[in-house]
Design a protein around this ligand. Structure first.
Ligand SMILES: *[C@@H]1O[C@H](CO)[C@@H](O)[C@H](O)[C@H]1NC(C)=O
Ligand SMILES: *[C@@H]1O[C@H](CO)[C@@H](O)[C@H](O)[C@H]1NC(C)=O
Ligand SMILES: [Zn+2]
Length: 272
Protein backbone atom coordinates (compact mmCIF):
# COMPACT_ATOMS: atom_id res chain seq x y z
CA UNK A 1 0.00 0.00 0.00
CA UNK A 2 1.17 3.49 -0.80
CA UNK A 3 1.76 5.85 2.12
CA UNK A 4 0.58 9.25 0.99
CA UNK A 5 2.02 12.48 2.32
CA UNK A 6 -1.39 13.32 3.78
CA UNK A 7 -1.44 10.36 6.17
CA UNK A 8 2.28 10.39 7.00
CA UNK A 9 1.98 12.63 10.07
CA UNK A 10 -0.83 10.41 11.35
CA UNK A 11 1.24 7.30 10.69
CA UNK A 12 4.19 8.72 12.62
CA UNK A 13 1.97 9.16 15.64
CA UNK A 14 0.22 5.82 15.56
CA UNK A 15 3.14 3.72 14.35
CA UNK A 16 4.68 3.77 17.81
CA UNK A 17 1.75 1.77 19.07
CA UNK A 18 -0.09 -0.44 16.64
CA UNK A 19 1.08 0.04 13.06
CA UNK A 20 4.80 -0.36 13.44
CA UNK A 21 6.18 -2.96 11.06
CA UNK A 22 2.96 -3.49 9.17
CA UNK A 23 2.53 -3.22 5.43
CA UNK A 24 1.48 0.42 5.78
CA UNK A 25 5.15 1.31 6.00
CA UNK A 26 6.98 1.62 2.67
CA UNK A 27 9.36 -1.20 1.82
CA UNK A 28 13.02 -0.36 1.82
CA UNK A 29 14.91 -0.01 -1.46
CA UNK A 30 16.82 -3.13 -2.51
CA UNK A 31 20.15 -1.28 -2.68
CA UNK A 32 22.07 1.76 -3.84
CA UNK A 33 23.27 3.02 -7.23
CA UNK A 34 25.46 5.97 -8.27
CA UNK A 35 23.56 9.14 -9.13
CA UNK A 36 24.32 11.34 -12.14
CA UNK A 37 26.10 14.68 -11.62
CA UNK A 38 23.84 16.56 -14.04
CA UNK A 39 20.29 17.47 -13.10
CA UNK A 40 17.52 19.93 -13.99
CA UNK A 41 17.93 22.55 -11.27
CA UNK A 42 20.13 25.63 -10.80
CA UNK A 43 23.74 25.15 -11.92
CA UNK A 44 23.26 21.41 -12.56
CA UNK A 45 20.63 22.15 -15.21
CA UNK A 46 20.68 21.94 -19.01
CA UNK A 47 21.98 25.50 -19.55
CA UNK A 48 25.25 24.54 -17.87
CA UNK A 49 25.74 20.88 -18.82
CA UNK A 50 28.76 21.85 -20.94
CA UNK A 51 30.32 23.49 -17.89
CA UNK A 52 30.01 20.23 -15.90
CA UNK A 53 32.32 18.41 -18.33
CA UNK A 54 33.97 19.55 -21.57
CA UNK A 55 32.97 16.17 -23.07
CA UNK A 56 29.44 17.63 -23.14
CA UNK A 57 30.27 20.24 -25.81
CA UNK A 58 27.55 19.01 -28.17
CA UNK A 59 25.01 20.17 -25.56
CA UNK A 60 25.89 23.80 -26.27
CA UNK A 61 27.22 23.71 -29.85
CA UNK A 62 25.37 20.85 -31.59
CA UNK A 63 22.90 21.77 -34.32
CA UNK A 64 20.92 18.54 -34.26
CA UNK A 65 19.98 18.44 -30.60
CA UNK A 66 17.01 16.73 -28.96
CA UNK A 67 14.31 17.13 -27.83
CA UNK A 68 12.63 19.10 -30.60
CA UNK A 69 9.19 20.38 -31.33
CA UNK A 70 7.86 17.82 -33.82
CA UNK A 71 5.97 19.63 -36.57
CA UNK A 72 3.73 16.90 -37.91
CA UNK A 73 3.41 18.52 -41.34
CA UNK A 74 7.20 18.52 -41.79
CA UNK A 75 8.70 15.57 -39.91
CA UNK A 76 9.54 12.27 -41.66
CA UNK A 77 7.50 9.17 -40.88
CA UNK A 78 9.07 5.71 -40.77
CA UNK A 79 7.74 3.67 -43.66
CA UNK A 80 5.27 0.92 -42.78
CA UNK A 81 6.84 -2.19 -41.21
CA UNK A 82 10.34 -0.71 -41.25
CA UNK A 83 10.77 -0.60 -37.45
CA UNK A 84 10.94 -3.98 -35.70
CA UNK A 85 10.80 -3.54 -31.91
CA UNK A 86 11.00 -6.73 -29.89
CA UNK A 87 11.48 -7.15 -26.14
CA UNK A 88 10.80 -10.58 -24.60
CA UNK A 89 8.82 -10.78 -21.35
CA UNK A 90 10.89 -10.61 -18.16
CA UNK A 91 10.06 -11.87 -14.65
CA UNK A 92 11.33 -8.59 -13.23
CA UNK A 93 14.07 -6.01 -13.78
CA UNK A 94 16.19 -3.62 -11.76
CA UNK A 95 14.49 -0.21 -11.44
CA UNK A 96 16.87 2.62 -10.49
CA UNK A 97 16.49 6.22 -9.30
CA UNK A 98 19.55 7.93 -10.81
CA UNK A 99 18.65 11.37 -9.49
CA UNK A 100 18.41 12.61 -13.06
CA UNK A 101 15.83 9.97 -13.97
CA UNK A 102 14.18 6.59 -13.39
CA UNK A 103 15.70 3.73 -15.38
CA UNK A 104 14.81 0.07 -15.94
CA UNK A 105 17.88 -2.02 -16.67
CA UNK A 106 16.93 -4.64 -19.22
CA UNK A 107 19.13 -5.74 -22.11
CA UNK A 108 17.09 -8.53 -23.66
CA UNK A 109 15.50 -6.73 -26.55
CA UNK A 110 16.23 -5.85 -30.17
CA UNK A 111 15.42 -3.12 -32.64
CA UNK A 112 15.86 -3.72 -36.37
CA UNK A 113 15.49 -0.79 -38.76
CA UNK A 114 16.76 0.10 -42.23
CA UNK A 115 19.99 1.28 -40.59
CA UNK A 116 20.66 -2.07 -38.96
CA UNK A 117 20.22 -4.07 -35.81
CA UNK A 118 20.45 -2.73 -32.25
CA UNK A 119 20.34 -4.25 -28.77
CA UNK A 120 18.36 -2.81 -25.85
CA UNK A 121 20.47 -1.04 -23.19
CA UNK A 122 17.76 0.29 -20.83
CA UNK A 123 14.54 2.27 -20.78
CA UNK A 124 13.68 5.33 -18.70
CA UNK A 125 11.15 8.08 -18.11
CA UNK A 126 10.83 11.86 -18.26
CA UNK A 127 8.19 14.12 -16.65
CA UNK A 128 6.98 16.18 -18.37
CA UNK A 129 7.61 14.94 -21.91
CA UNK A 130 10.78 16.14 -23.63
CA UNK A 131 9.43 16.14 -27.18
CA UNK A 132 6.58 18.41 -28.05
CA UNK A 133 4.20 17.69 -30.90
CA UNK A 134 2.99 20.79 -32.73
CA UNK A 135 4.21 22.67 -29.64
CA UNK A 136 2.08 20.62 -27.20
CA UNK A 137 3.83 18.85 -24.32
CA UNK A 138 2.64 15.61 -22.67
CA UNK A 139 2.73 14.59 -18.98
CA UNK A 140 5.32 11.83 -19.44
CA UNK A 141 7.63 10.28 -22.04
CA UNK A 142 9.40 6.87 -22.10
CA UNK A 143 12.69 6.28 -23.95
CA UNK A 144 13.79 2.77 -24.95
CA UNK A 145 17.51 3.12 -25.68
CA UNK A 146 19.15 0.70 -28.13
CA UNK A 147 22.79 0.47 -29.21
CA UNK A 148 24.46 -1.39 -32.09
CA UNK A 149 27.87 -3.05 -32.08
CA UNK A 150 29.45 0.12 -33.59
CA UNK A 151 28.11 2.19 -30.67
CA UNK A 152 25.36 3.96 -32.64
CA UNK A 153 22.23 4.72 -30.67
CA UNK A 154 18.57 4.47 -31.60
CA UNK A 155 15.72 5.45 -29.26
CA UNK A 156 12.10 4.31 -29.47
CA UNK A 157 9.93 6.83 -27.63
CA UNK A 158 6.34 7.04 -26.46
CA UNK A 159 4.56 10.05 -25.03
CA UNK A 160 1.72 9.50 -22.55
CA UNK A 161 -1.63 11.18 -22.12
CA UNK A 162 -3.71 10.94 -18.91
CA UNK A 163 -6.53 8.43 -19.35
CA UNK A 164 -10.04 9.67 -18.68
CA UNK A 165 -10.94 6.03 -17.83
CA UNK A 166 -8.23 5.54 -15.16
CA UNK A 167 -6.40 3.10 -17.40
CA UNK A 168 -2.65 2.53 -17.89
CA UNK A 169 -0.89 0.15 -20.24
CA UNK A 170 -0.34 -2.85 -17.86
CA UNK A 171 3.42 -2.82 -18.57
CA UNK A 172 3.75 0.52 -16.79
CA UNK A 173 1.62 -0.55 -13.81
CA UNK A 174 4.22 -3.34 -13.38
CA UNK A 175 7.19 -1.02 -13.85
CA UNK A 176 5.90 1.49 -11.27
CA UNK A 177 4.52 -1.05 -8.75
CA UNK A 178 7.28 -0.36 -6.18
CA UNK A 179 8.19 3.21 -7.15
CA UNK A 180 7.60 4.47 -3.60
CA UNK A 181 10.60 2.39 -2.46
CA UNK A 182 12.99 4.47 -4.55
CA UNK A 183 11.87 8.01 -3.70
CA UNK A 184 15.47 8.71 -2.63
CA UNK A 185 17.93 9.32 -5.51
CA UNK A 186 20.61 6.65 -5.61
CA UNK A 187 18.37 3.69 -4.71
CA UNK A 188 16.94 0.79 -6.70
CA UNK A 189 14.16 -1.74 -6.42
CA UNK A 190 12.62 -4.36 -8.73
CA UNK A 191 9.74 -4.10 -11.15
CA UNK A 192 6.96 -6.67 -11.29
CA UNK A 193 6.85 -8.98 -14.33
CA UNK A 194 7.11 -7.13 -17.63
CA UNK A 195 5.17 -7.93 -20.79
CA UNK A 196 5.94 -5.77 -23.82
CA UNK A 197 3.33 -7.15 -26.23
CA UNK A 198 0.89 -4.28 -25.59
CA UNK A 199 3.31 -1.46 -26.40
CA UNK A 200 4.75 -3.40 -29.36
CA UNK A 201 1.26 -3.73 -30.81
CA UNK A 202 0.68 -0.02 -30.12
CA UNK A 203 3.92 0.95 -31.91
CA UNK A 204 3.12 -1.28 -34.88
CA UNK A 205 -0.45 -0.08 -35.30
CA UNK A 206 0.24 3.68 -35.45
CA UNK A 207 2.56 5.92 -37.44
CA UNK A 208 6.11 6.59 -36.24
CA UNK A 209 7.85 10.00 -36.41
CA UNK A 210 11.48 9.61 -37.42
CA UNK A 211 14.41 12.02 -37.22
CA UNK A 212 18.13 12.11 -36.43
CA UNK A 213 18.94 14.06 -33.26
CA UNK A 214 20.88 13.60 -30.04
CA UNK A 215 20.83 12.21 -26.53
CA UNK A 216 18.72 14.57 -24.40
CA UNK A 217 21.15 14.18 -21.48
CA UNK A 218 24.93 14.76 -21.28
CA UNK A 219 27.03 14.22 -23.33
CA UNK A 220 24.22 15.15 -25.82
CA UNK A 221 25.93 13.02 -28.54
CA UNK A 222 24.41 13.42 -32.01
CA UNK A 223 23.53 10.92 -34.77
CA UNK A 224 20.89 9.35 -32.53
CA UNK A 225 18.07 7.78 -34.56
CA UNK A 226 14.71 8.69 -32.99
CA UNK A 227 11.49 6.71 -33.57
CA UNK A 228 8.51 8.23 -31.77
CA UNK A 229 5.04 6.72 -31.79
CA UNK A 230 2.51 9.18 -33.20
CA UNK A 231 -0.14 7.95 -30.74
CA UNK A 232 0.18 8.67 -26.99
CA UNK A 233 -0.10 5.75 -24.54
CA UNK A 234 -2.70 6.01 -21.76
CA UNK A 235 -1.54 6.67 -18.19
CA UNK A 236 -3.70 6.68 -15.08
CA UNK A 237 -3.62 9.63 -12.71
CA UNK A 238 -2.34 7.59 -9.72
CA UNK A 239 0.72 6.38 -11.67
CA UNK A 240 1.33 9.84 -13.04
CA UNK A 241 1.25 11.43 -9.59
CA UNK A 242 3.49 8.70 -8.13
CA UNK A 243 6.05 9.10 -10.92
CA UNK A 244 6.01 12.88 -10.76
CA UNK A 245 6.42 12.74 -6.98
CA UNK A 246 9.69 10.80 -7.43
CA UNK A 247 10.98 12.17 -10.76
CA UNK A 248 9.90 15.75 -9.98
CA UNK A 249 11.14 17.36 -13.23
CA UNK A 250 13.59 15.95 -15.76
CA UNK A 251 12.85 17.35 -19.19
CA UNK A 252 15.50 19.21 -21.19
CA UNK A 253 14.13 22.38 -22.79
CA UNK A 254 13.03 22.23 -26.42
CA UNK A 255 16.05 22.63 -28.72
CA UNK A 256 16.31 24.68 -31.89
CA UNK A 257 14.93 23.20 -35.11
CA UNK A 258 17.19 20.59 -36.72
CA UNK A 259 20.14 22.19 -38.50
CA UNK A 260 19.68 25.61 -36.85
CA UNK A 261 22.27 27.10 -34.49
CA UNK A 262 22.28 25.78 -30.94
CA UNK A 263 20.10 28.06 -28.78
CA UNK A 264 22.94 28.50 -26.26
CA UNK A 265 25.15 29.91 -29.04
CA UNK A 266 22.31 32.12 -30.23
CA UNK A 267 21.79 33.41 -26.67
CA UNK A 268 25.53 33.98 -26.15
CA UNK A 269 25.86 36.00 -29.36
CA UNK A 270 22.89 38.15 -28.35
CA UNK A 271 24.58 38.97 -25.05
CA UNK A 272 27.71 40.21 -26.81
C1 LIG B 1 22.09 19.91 -9.21
O1 LIG B 1 23.45 19.86 -9.59
C2 LIG B 1 24.18 20.93 -9.02
C3 LIG B 1 25.59 20.88 -9.66
O2 LIG B 1 26.13 19.61 -9.56
C4 LIG B 1 24.20 20.77 -7.53
O3 LIG B 1 24.94 21.85 -6.94
C5 LIG B 1 22.76 20.81 -7.01
O4 LIG B 1 22.75 20.54 -5.63
C6 LIG B 1 21.93 19.78 -7.72
N1 LIG B 1 20.54 20.00 -7.35
C7 LIG B 1 19.70 19.00 -7.10
C8 LIG B 1 18.31 19.40 -6.77
O5 LIG B 1 20.04 17.86 -7.14
C1 LIG C 1 17.61 -12.82 -21.31
O1 LIG C 1 17.89 -13.82 -22.26
C2 LIG C 1 18.73 -14.85 -21.78
C3 LIG C 1 19.07 -15.77 -22.95
O2 LIG C 1 17.91 -16.09 -23.69
C4 LIG C 1 18.03 -15.57 -20.62
O3 LIG C 1 18.87 -16.57 -20.10
C5 LIG C 1 17.71 -14.56 -19.53
O4 LIG C 1 16.97 -15.17 -18.51
C6 LIG C 1 16.91 -13.38 -20.09
N1 LIG C 1 16.76 -12.36 -19.08
C7 LIG C 1 15.58 -11.88 -18.71
C8 LIG C 1 15.63 -10.78 -17.69
O5 LIG C 1 14.53 -12.27 -19.15
ZN1 LIG D 1 15.52 10.04 -22.14
Amino acid sequence: MKVTAAILPLLTVVSASCLHGTSLLPRAADGIVDINSFNYTNTGGPLTWYGLDKKNSACSTGKHQSPIDIVTEEIDYASANSVHFHIPSADNAKFENLGSGLEVVLTNGTLVTKSGSYKLAQFHFHTPSEHRINEEYYPMEAHFVFENTAGSIAVVAFVFELSQFGYSTPLFDSVFAHIDDIATPGTYTKTNSLDFTGITRHLNSHGIYQYTGSLTTPPCSEDVAWYISTAPLPLNVQSYNAVKHVLKFNARYTQNALGQDNLLEVATSELK
